[in-house]
Write a protein that binds this ligand. Structure first.
Ligand code: SF4
Length: 237
């Protein structure tokens, strides 16, 4: 590790400090749970490997063409695939959506609102193709349950801030976020880190000189000390 790299053990207190700085920079996101977990499951499948706009177009077309989720479930795969084609890899997504809807059956999943968090997560992850991030999205966005989805932005920013162990898997990163984020801050942590990853801590060349976290970021310190943002930092062991 370069001599000027300072590794900082992740704590709840430190994560609260990150929250406060990001809140000052980007505002405080307000959660608005929609109470529709099956909708969220389908939306999350449609979001894979595409941008938000194409995902939303595909979702809107699906809802326009079918009157209900059972109607999507029982339709021919070709009809579902054609409806969601603007979202990309539509054949794979159509099959996955129908598999999930068949597994869910007539359950509206409203019990996820009050079930123990681990039980809800375990059930969701038993559905075809549903992993930790999708389960967290369903729990958080449907009912405001305190789970923190770790997408590519959250993972990158969290890694640069030393919130995750070097070489941590996505599942381990999810566990760390559960440990580090106050339950009431789950939504804000997720949204704020995505905003920061899109606007400042971007993938290729993070804008460390303009970053509100630069004084508490091990990677930012090294990049700035090197006179430019492009030099990578040695990982925390
Ligand atoms: S200082 Fe740089 S690497 Fe650290 S969070 Fe900010 S933009 Fe990302």
């Amino acid at each position: 590790m370069p001599s000027n790299a300072i590794s900082v053990a992740p704590t709840r207190r430190r994560v609260r400090s990150i929250r406060d700085r990001l809140r000052a920079a980007y505002g405080r996101p307000i959660p608005a749970p929609h109470g529709a977990p099956v909708d969220e499951l389908v939306l999350t499948v449609l979001s894979q490997n595409t941008n938000d706009r194409n995902r939303d177009v595909a979702y809107a077309r699906l809802r326009e063409r079918f009157s209900s989720w059972p109607a999507v479930r029982d339709a021919g795969e070709d009809a579902v695939e054609e409806a969601i084609r603007p979202g990309g890899i539509s054949r794979v997504k159509a099959r996955r959506i129908q598999q999930i809807l068949r597994a869910v059956g007539d359950d509206d999943l409203s019990w996820l609102a009050d079930a123990p968090l681990a039980d809800g997560r375990e059930y969701l992850m038993s559905l075809p193709g549903v992993g930790r991030k999708t389960a967290a999205c369903v729990l958080l966005f449907s009912y405001g349950r305190p789970d923190v989805p770790v997408d590519t932005h959250v993972f990158r920013v969290g890694t640069r801030l030393d919130l995750f162990r070097a070489g941590a898997s996505l599942d381990e990163a999810h566990d760390e976020m559960l440990r580090l984020v106050d339950p009431d801050d789950a939504f804000e942590a997720h949204v704020a880190l995505i905003r920061h990853g899109r606007r400042t801590c971007v993938a290729r060349v993070p804008r460390c000189a303009d970053c509100p976290l630069r004084r508490m970021c091990p990677e930012g310190r090294v990049r700035l000390a090197a006179g430019g943002p492009t030099r990578p930092r040695a990982a925390r062991p």
